[in-house]
Design a protein around this ligand. Structure first.
Ligand code: TMP
Ligand code: ASP
Length: 236
């Protein structure tokens, strides 16, 4: 697919226009940031691992009835995607206590929750993606009631499907972030699903195999991304 100019450059991905206005190319790079861009670095071959991991997840979700923006993978670090108008609401699902929720609520990290939690955040880096609730999302007209219902329905389905898929790979899906968008008026899943956007722990040892290794300077960062891809390709 011939690409035209860059439409958007995010922190770890770029979106390129194509000759078809309904299609974009999403390129994954090796840049890593944390704490709203304050910590910066690169993780060797992260773009490759995240692209391949996202591809496996998107294919699995599509096969099971969740519409995603992926049209087809293009080589090692790119995928052809549907053009999306991203909704300014990020969706986080938490199955275990960890990260910002554990900190905010004074909880010990690493407890399985009796039922999963769905959080909404305003997509705004300058404000640090602040936590909001459904009333904010509707009153601030970030999303319509109908779109919100669809987002929630897909999110719970995605959680069930991904928990199962990662469990088969010997991984706990601790929490993750999703971004949805509109394509020809329909809500579909966008962005990526990777160790940048999910917390993934080894089922037995609880070893962290995600971006927390970078955020918290735990070492063996590349190895974690590589291991997640290996396990998804060759379930235990
Ligand atoms: P948190 O505990 O820092 O709020 O993160 C929850 C989940 O969301 C975690 O799996 C990592 C993911 N995440 C992103 O994808 N992008 C972000 O900017 C942040 C802060 C978290
Ligand atoms: N992606 C966010 C940032 O660039 C934060 C994170 O993933 O921890 O700051």
């Amino acid at each position: 697919m011939k690409t035209l100019e860059e439409l958007y450059r995010g922190k770890a991905k770029a979106i390129l226009k194509t000759e078809d206005e309904n299609l974009y190319v999403m390129h994954f790079n090796d840049d890593a940031t944390a704490f709203d861009g304050i910590k910066k670095g690169t993780i060797k071959d992260k773009g490759y691992y995240n692209c391949q991991i996202s591809k496996i997840c998107f294919e699995y979700l599509e096969k099971n009835g969740v519409p995603t923006h992926m049209v087809e993978p293009l080589g090692e670090r790119e995928m052809l995607v549907k053009s999306l108008k991203i909704l300014p609401v990020e969706v986080i699902v938490r199955n275990w206590t960890a990260g910002s929720m554990a900190k905010r609520l004074g909880l010990e990290e690493g407890k399985k929750l009796p039922s999963p939690i769905l959080e909404l955040c305003l997509k705004n880096d300058e404000l640090g993606d602040p936590l909001i609730n459904e009333y904010h999302a509707l009153a601030l007209e970030l999303i319509t009631e109908e779109q919100l219902q669809q987002v929630k329905e897909y999110t719970w389905k995605i959680n069930d499907l991904l928990c199962k898929r990662f469990d088969e790979a010997g991984l706990i899906l601790v929490d993750f972030k999703l971004e949805f968008g509109l394509h020809q008026g329909e809500v579909i899943l966008g962005d990526e699903i990777s160790p940048d956007t999910c917390r993934l722990w080894d089922k037995e040892t609880k070893e962290k195999l995600d971006k927390d290794r970078f955020r918290r300077d735990l070492g063996k960062v590349e190895d974690a991304y590589k291991e997640v891809l290996r396990r998804l390709k060759n379930p235990l």
